[in-house]
Ligand binder design. Structure first.
Ligand SMILES: Cc1cc2nc3c(=O)[nH]c(=O)nc-3n(C[C@H](O)[C@H](O)[C@H](O)COP(=O)(O)OP(=O)(O)OC[C@H]3O[C@@H](n4cnc5c(N)ncnc54)[C@H](O)[C@@H]3O)c2cc1C
Length: 600
């Protein structure tokens, strides 16, 4: 992967990963029809997104392995909205997006928040906003504390490093920021927050990700274009003889056979967008599910692997009783707080000022600099509870007083409740800790995007229908179901208002537009939050690593409990979200999965 960050207010350049080869989607290993398939592959990977292509790349290092990647979407065509960093996010709503919504949520004023998910070779790495950060050491040590040996920060760090090549800041930036840094002549947001006592860690990627920091971006520092799973992992491997990819095909079912040692996956059924009659490809060693946190559990359930009660309601026979499949869905939820400031030029001018936009595009095309050379989200604030509110004790007591199961779905199986109780204990302790963040504050042109990092609420994913495997899954992220999540966001909104009125920003005449100064009491703020909350696009947790008796779906080596020849390697396996944008964690976990598969 290539990782670079060109901060708009500095010239910080970060990261360059695997060399991208100039191969296109027409490489010999890209199959175009079912007739080109072998009847059997050692490994069939379902989903050619971040995790799927990472694992495909690593397994294909061994020329003895035959690997097929089945991807529902197509190859992108280097569209501007995909490769130009300043247009990052522009692929949302296009044919490269599944265009999903969560189910209507009574705790979010009955709304059905949209949840874009990549549908292309490269998956959501083509849609994403290119923020490339890691959570705190404590976030990953929590995964190990939940009983998963080998899943702590120290275990994951080598895999974080393996998935990226970091381009350090230039001497100019080092001089500007480490030696002669003076906040008052630089960024107002930064100086406003440092003025409030928020620290700047030396390097957030070291596991010390609490405070204010520059975030790298997944960007090629030479071409100033997006680096993603297709360009970083697929293109670097697509010449390998053992690796094949079939795009535009949707897996609809895992074919299993009952053996004396239990059910075993022996094939994968899929359909093409043109031909709905299914094809089956045989699995020699393993099927590897990498279809993302919403589609992976759906596919397991459609294949009879899950909670028998859910399966029975859909007339699906149970192949393996794994009650945690589809449970534990959680996502980073955010609310915006919007101010008007008298700033002269901002990134928003790219959409509102055609002359400025044309000049910026010319600069990008000729020199690869300017606003289009930079995805947003350069400087992030990840805040522990004590740094944004004086109400730490109150929030901690509120969480402590809860019975962990109170806000879970009524039909939550006992094993999942037990696993969540352990999570709840750790989340509660985290509220009072200073070594992990509870909220992120992202700043863009007067808008504070306030993201809840460790939601207590948990929802689920289940198939809408057993007869139509192509129907979108019913995904309920349960935003704001647990009132502690609302209480944290209320405090964070108050903090954003404090920041806006610091001397550093007050000089620019802040006027609060959303929710507006009149929305003042906690009750009014709660109403605003429930009516405005949206996803930060990090659904996770739906096939969590953990013991079966604690609601886990995969073991520490990514094997699905009770089913032979089957692993899950995508964002589904996170037991609890880290406080970070999650792609770098998905890459690292997938690298770890590849290692587990290779050494088994
Ligand atoms: C709009 C958006 C913005 C984001 N911004 C950021 C950001 O700035 N920073 C960050 O760190 N993270 C960001 N993320 C999150 C990050 O991109 C994801 O967490 C990450 O890509 C998840 O990897 P994955 O392998 O689990 O799933 P994906 O990368 O989504 O890959 C899953 C793949 O499986 C395919 N698939 C699904 N079902 C089937 C099926 N039945 N058969 C065949 N193929 C199937 C999909 O088409 C897709 O290609 C963003 C995500 C989105 C959607």
């Amino acid at each position: 992967m290539h990782f670079t960050g060109t901060a708009c207010i500095t010239r910080l350049i970060l990261g360059l990963g695997l060399p991208a080869l100039a191969l296109s989607g027409s490489s010999a290993q890209v199959l175009t029809s079912e007739a080109q398939l072998h009847s059997s592959y050692d490994y069939v990977i379902i989903g050619g997104g971040v995790s799927g292509l990472t694992v495909a790349n690593r397994l294909s290092e061994n020329p003895e392995n035959s690997i097929l990647v089945i991807e529902a979407g197509d190859f992108d065509q280097d569209e501007d909205y995909i490769i130009i960093p300043g247009l990052a996010g522009g692929a949302i709503g296009t044919k490269y997006d599944w265009n999903l919504t969560y189910v209507p949520n009574p705790d979010a004023a009955g709304r059905a928040p949209s949840i874009p998910q990549g549908k292309a070779v490269g998956g959501s790495s083509l849609l994403n906003r290119m923020v490339f950060d890691r959570g705190s050491r404590a976030d990953y040590d929590r995964w190990r504390a939940l009983g998963n040996r080998g899943w702590g920060w120290k275990d994951l760090l080598p895999f974080f490093k393996k998935s990226e090549t970091f381009t350090p800041p230039t001497d100019e930036i080092i001089a500007e920021w480490n030696a002669t840094y003076d906040p008052s002549v630089h960024e107002h947001f930064i100086s406003a927050l440092t003025g409030l006592g928020i620290r700047i860690p030396k390097d957030a990627a070291s596991g010390d990700a609490v405070g204010l920091y520059f975030s790298p971006h997944n960007q090629d520092p030479v071409t100033a274009t997006r680096s993603d799973a297709r360009r970083g992992y697929w293109e670097a491997a697509s010449h390998r003889p053992g690796l094949s990819l079939l795009a535009g095909r949707t897996a609809t079912r895992l074919i299993t056979k009952l053996t004396p040692k239990g059910p075993k996956v022996i094939g994968v059924e899929f359909v093409s967008s043109k031909c709905k009659s299914p094809t089956v490809v045989k699995v020699g060693k393993e099927a590897i599910l990498a279809a993302g946190a919403l589609h992976t559990p759906q596919l397991l359930q459609l294949s009879g692997i899950g909670d028998p009660a859910i399966l029975a309601a859909l007339n699906i026979s149970t192949v393996a009783k794994v009650p945690g499949v589809g449970r534990n869905l959680h996502d980073h939820v955010y609310v915006p707080v919007v101010f008007n400031f008298d700033f002269p030029l901002t990134a928003a001018n790219l959409t509102s000022n055609a002359t400025f936009a044309a000049e910026a595009l010319h600069l990008y095309n000729t020199q690869k600099t300017g606003p289009y050379a930079d995805a947003t989200g350069d400087f992030l604030a990840f805040l522990s509870t004590d740094s944004f509110t004086s109400q730490t004790d109150t929030l901690h007591k509120l969480a402590n007083s809860q019975h962990p199961s109170t806000y879970l779905d009524a039909d939550t199986p006992p094993s999942v409740k037990r696993g969540y109780a352990a999570q709840h204990k750790l989340l509660t302790a985290g509220l009072a800790a200073t070594n992990q963040a509870q909220v992120e504050v992202l700043w863009a042109d007067g808008t504070f995007v306030i993201g809840l990092q460790h939601p207590f609420s948990r929802g689920s994913v289940r198939p809408a229908s057993s007869t139509d495997p192509l129907a979108a899954p019913l995904a309920d992220a349960a935003f704001l179901r647990n009132p502690i999540d609302v209480a944290i966001l209320i405090e964070a909104i108050k903090f954003a208002r404090t920041v806006a009125h610091t001397p550093e920003l007050a000089a620019f005449n802040p006027v609060e537009l959303v929710p507006g100064a009149a929305v003042a009491s906690d009750t009014e703020l709660e109403t605003y939050i429930r009516g405005a909350a949206e996803s930060l696009f990090h659904p996770s947790g739906t096939c969590a690593v953990g013991k079966l008796e604690d609601g886990g779906v995969v073991d520490a080596e990514f094997r699905v409990h009770g089913v032979r020849g089957l692993r899950v390697v995508d964002a589904s396996v996170f037991p609890v979200l880290p406080a970070a944008h999650i792609q770098s964690s998905v890459y690292a976990v997938a690298e770890m999965a590849a290692e587990a598969i290779k050494s088994s």
